[in-house]
Write a protein that binds this ligand. Structure first.
Ligand SMILES: Nc1ncnc2c1ncn2[C@@H]1O[C@H](COP(=O)(O)OP(=O)(O)O)[C@@H](O)[C@H]1O
Ligand SMILES: [Mg+2]
Length: 418
């Protein structure tokens, strides 16, 4: 291999080819495509009309509209994909309008605690959203809080939306419980009102009593969408996004909605499924049929699986590769067997990382298996009895082993050499 990795060589040729492909694609999109507005099929899109969430929007406007008179800390919870984030983001501009009409000098900031998951980064995000300047990390929490108080001096109220607030508590690096200091301070500053949002009903039970009683969170449980509500939301996207929405019959829509509700539960999957279908129809210039819908469902599942697998560490990828090859050979998969296969890699001439493989032992393998089972949900394990020889843990992949095995051939890091 030369000094420059062959993967970065010939960029120019690839860019030219890509440009040509894109032009073809754009021409079709401008002329022949049935897609009117592609954005509508993305998860970030906020429709002007939000169906089946009126009550929740009214509730939020009522609670937060008169913000200089009544202080409110709200706690919104409900299953994934029931429109919590959407309702809050949608209501932000309406609240700002109301405050303007009522001559209230209030501001609202939105923080996603999955993105800003340490106490200082949450404060950093709030302060900078309000126009302040502060270092993202390294300062004491008290310094950030003092800075925040200063910035909001001229305001009558500040509303802080803490979306996915449970991340603040569950992230390991927050073990020192800096979030308790932050939430307590929010409770102490009279001008601050919170909108906490979470998928976990009782995330706040992990808080100190002192903080809970200081915050006095008012709970609101958002319900999951029913079948007919999901249908309306999907239909809305079809109508907003396509020139001709009639390409989908009632039966097709029914199939899309029920397939997702039964197999996946989350409306996010329904929107992603729709996006895959619409793209597929457009690229292949075919009509909707049950066969195509099934094909697209498989694409959805594969996409999800591969995005999980591609994000794994090399060690985990190697383990998944070992497990998928054992599953193809219909072996009974145990930590011992995986350990043996791992050790054999050290003398496998075809394995690119051969010389770096060290024996890691069954316990370490078991730890990796636990992570792949619990965190990534790629495996499941059952304890089987060996009679008087005790018990053993039998591992089953929760994915199509052949599919994954084939996929590895495309992976540069693991490479086709294993
Ligand atoms: N009533 C609705 N109308 C249109 N789209 C919706 C509706 N509810 C949810 N969605 C869409 O579904 C996806 C998930 O909603 P989101 O608010 O992120 O769920 P949550 O925050 O409860 O997990 C988003 O892409 C959102 O735009
Ligand atoms: Mg959300």
């Amino acid at each position: 291999m030369g000094i420059i990795n062959e993967n970065v060589d010939k960029v120019d040729i690839r860019v030219k080819q890509k440009k040509k492909d894109l032009i073809d694609y754009f021409i079709r999109e401008r002329e022949g495509s049935n897609i009117k507005n592609r954005e509508v099929f993305s998860l970030e899109y906020i429709p002007k009309e939000i169906y089946h969430r009126e009550d929740y929007i009214f509730w939020l406007l009522e609670k937060m509209g008169n913000i200089d008179r009544f202080r409110n800390n709200l706690n919104i919870w409900g299953p994934v994909g029931c429109g919590k984030t959407l309702v809050v983001k949608y209501s932000i501009s309406h609240l700002q309008d109301m405050w303007k009409d009522l001559n209230i000098t209030a501001k609202i900031v939105y923080v996603n605690c999955n993105e800003y998951s340490t106490s200082s980064s949450v404060l950093y995000k709030i302060i900078t959203s309000l126009g302040g300047e502060v270092a993202e990390r390294g300062l004491r929490l008290g310094t950030y809080i003092a800075h925040l108080k200063e910035i909001i001096e001229d305001l009558t109220a500040l509303v802080i939306c803490l979306d996915e607030v449970d991340f603040l508590i569950t992230r390991r690096r927050n073990k020192k419980k800096g979030y308790e200091e932050v939430l307590y301070s929010f409770g102490e500053i009279n001008k601050i009102n919170l909108i906490c949002i979470s998928n976990i009903p009782k995330w706040n039970q992990f808080l100190d009593d002192r903080i809970r009683s200081r915050l006095q969170l008012e709970n609101k449980n958002f319900a999951a969408y029913s079948e007919s509500e999901t249908r309306d939301i999907i239909l809305q996207r079809i109508e907003l996004g396509l020139k001709d929405s009639k390409i989908f019959s009632d039966k097709h829509i029914d199939y899309i909605v029920k397939t997702i509700l039964i197999n996946k539960t989350d409306i996010r999957d329904a929107i992603r499924y729709l996006q895959i279908i619409v793209d597929y129809l457009d690229k292949n210039e075919v009509e909707v049929s049950k066969h195509i819908l099934n094909k697209c469902y498989n694409i959805l599942i594969e996409e999800e699986l591969f995005s999980t697998i591609n994000s794994l560490s090399i060690a985990h990828k190697i383990l998944i590769w070992i497990i998928s090859s054992l599953a193809i050979k219909k072996k009974k998969i145990t930590s011992n067997l995986i350990n043996t296969r791992w050790n054999e890699l050290a003398s496998n001439d075809k394995f690119e990382y051969k010389e770096y493989i060290k024996p890691i032992g069954v316990r370490q393998i078991q730890r990796h298996i636990n992570t792949l089972t619990e965190l990534y949900q790629l495996l499941s394990s059952n304890t089987a009895s060996l009679g008087r020889y005790g018990k053993e843990n039998v591992i089953t992949p929760e994915f199509d082993a052949e599919l994954v095995h084939d996929h590895y051939k495309l992976d540069d890091r693991i490479n086709s050499s294993i």
